[in-house]
Design a protein around this ligand. Structure first.
Ligand SMILES: Nc1ncnc2c1ncn2[C@@H]1O[C@H](COP(=O)(O)OP(=O)(O)OP(=O)(O)O)[C@@H](O)[C@H]1O
Length: 530
């Protein structure tokens, strides 16, 4: 114990002396030269430390594996470079908006994992291998440093496997927990790191263009739709169910592999216009952090092109076919193989095409079976972690094969605004959780049908001075009007129906009268003859 104490005090004295001398040196010599010297010293300490460990086992034994003296010197050496590194890091973030997965230089972060305490420490390493120069480092060198900062986490983990605290940083923990740290903690950190990277990645919205000259069939813009499940007006229970389903899907890689199914899921969103189907897709993409492929079926030439498009989609994406009932005539029966082949031949052979149709058709030749294969055929398994969302206003018009489970695993009805949905909209649009006028709104929503899009529109202030109460009153007025219109329409329909029913009765009565008249006449005639 005494030996250990002596050794520590000696080390500290040497370190303090060195630091003092170095501080003086730096006052009189150019900063670039100092930076290089610091780099070499930095490296030297890294090399020497393992030998210290071997020579003095108690140094890394009963104590934590992290060595305080080593830290102090390291921190001191890299302190002067830290300001520069911070600047570089800020530049890199500003320029590329990319993620920098690192801690600040010389920062220590305490962490607890399954009851075990550990410390992360990072430090800056400058590219010291470069030729000696008093000039500022060129741009390329800067990149090196930035990249280095980005890879800090993985570097740390690789250092862990060797369990030597050498650059760029290290983890301190008690050696009793070595198995836990190397066995589970590293895996845990890597997974978390990946999730953070995915969360911060810029999502893309792809669209398929009809031009075949393009290298890729998809072109994209960045996806910046602000919709989330928080802003989506929907019955909370239903919303929770969908969110759980999505989460379960995202984590089900092994499950899908085990059951021998492609890792994909189909959602059918159906309901009247303005009930939030598109908004739901955006909320899904934001929730899962997936890219969105908006597939415009009418511009897809044929089934082969559809296949190509499918192959070009990436994992972690949502493929959307909106208003599928309007895209193509997919409501009929599937064509036979021969019919399909004939169709495809026609597209290839202009003579055949002209012979059949006279004019060149601009229509898509995608068939229902082509689409079914796209969603659930052999080719649909060529990627993973993909969600296919199909929307329609008329579910009943779709071919049952298209919406059967396995293709469309979850059918979600997007319906008219209920009171729960209204509360979400009132919170979002007006910032109110409750209001005396809510009672009237609730009653009217139960008595009539209004889409969330219309409710939202009515809640939106139309003028600067329009307050929450005025917006709610405006909504009530609109609801009453819709109710009144619906009542009138119903009355008219009833009248028409009554008239429709009355018409056959009157005709029957007329026919009966005529019959009776004829019978009377023949009786008269008969009687007369007699
Ligand atoms: N459930 C909802 N929650 C919040 N806002 C909604 C909701 N439904 C509709 N809206 C509002 O109405 C707008 C139009 O909704 P959206 O385009 O999602 O409807 P849709 O059902 O896809 O309509 P369509 O069938 O015509 O494509 C949205 O941008 C949003 O402002």
């Amino acid at each position: 114990m005494t030996t250990s104490f002596d050794m520590w005090s000696h080390l500290w004295s040497v370190a303090a002396g060195l630091m003092f001398a170095w501080a003086l040196f730096k006052q009189y010599f150019p900063p670039q030269l100092c930076m290089h010297i610091e780099g070499y010293a930095h490296k030297a300490v890294g090399h020497v430390y393992p030998y210290i460990q071997i020579m003095f086992p108690e140094f890394s034994g009963e104590r934590l594996e992290r060595c305080e003296a080593y830290f102090a010197i390291q921190n001191y050496l890299s302190a002067s470079a830290s300001a520069r590194a911070k600047q570089l890091k800020a530049e890199s973030v500003k320029d590329s908006q990319s993620l920098v997965l690192s801690m600040d230089e010389n920062e220590e972060v305490a962490h607890e994992f399954e009851g075990v305490k550990l410390w992360w420490s990072s430090r800056l390493v400058v590219s010291w291998n470069s030729t000696f120069s008093l000039q500022p480092p060129p741009e390329g060198k800067r990149d090196l440093k930035i990249r280095f900062l980005r890879s800090t986490f993985s570097d740390l983990t690789s250092q862990m496997n060797r369990s030597l605290p050498s650059p760029p940083g290290f983890i301190g923990f008690h050696r009793n927990h070595r198995e836990l740290i190397i066995g589970s903690y590293i895996k845990h950190v890597l997974e978390k790191g990946k999730a953070v990277a995915a969360d911060n990645r810029q999502r893309k919205l792809f669209t398929n263009n009809s031009s075949s000259n393009w290298a890729s069939k998809w072109s994209h813009v960045s996806f910046e739709h602000p919709a989330t499940f928080d802003t989506l007006a929907m019955e909370p229970r239903k919303k929770g169910e969908i969110m759980n389903d999505l989460l379960k899907f995202r984590q089900a890689k092994q499950y899908y592999a085990r059951i021998g199914k492609a890792w994909k899921r189909g959602y059918l969103l159906y309901g009247p216009p303005g009930t939030g189907k598109s908004m739901m897709i955006a909320a899904m993409a934001n929730f899962l952090n997936y890219d969105v492929y908006d597939l415009e079926l009418t511009t897809v030439k044929d089934n082969t092109e559809l296949k190509k498009l499918l192959i070009e989609t990436s994992a972690k994406s949502i493929i959307v076919i909106e208003d599928i009932d309007c895209s193509l005539d997919l409501t009929g029966q599937r064509k036979t193989k021969k019919q399909e082949n004939d169709d495809e031949e026609e597209q290839v052979d202009p003579v055949k095409r002209m012979a059949k149709g006279g004019e060149e058709s601009k229509d898509s030749k995608v068939t229902l079976s082509g689409l079914l294969n796209f969603i659930d055929g052999l080719w649909s398994a060529c990627g993973s972690e993909r969600i296919i969302v199909v929307t329609t206003n008329f579910k009943e018009r779709l071919d049952p094969a298209l919406i059967r489970r396995g293709r469309m695993d979850k059918h979600i009805e997007m319906s008219y605004c209920c009171f729960e949905s209204f509360k979400v909209l009132a919170r979002n649009y007006l910032g109110v959780e409750s209001h005396p006028l809510f009672v009237t709104v609730r009653r009217l929503l139960e008595e009539t049908k209004m889409t969330p899009a219309d409710v939202a529109e009515n809640l939106m202030p139309k003028a600067e001075d329009e307050d929450k109460e005025a917006c709610l009153e405006g909504l009530i007025e609109a609801l009453e009007k819709v109710k009144e219109d619906a009542r009138k329409k119903l009355e008219e329909e009833e009248e028409k129906a009554a008239a429709g029913e009355a018409e056959p009765e009157a005709a029957a009565a007329r026919a009966m009268t005529e019959n009776e008249g004829q019978q009377d006449l023949s009786e008269v005639k008969e009687n007369g003859i007699r």
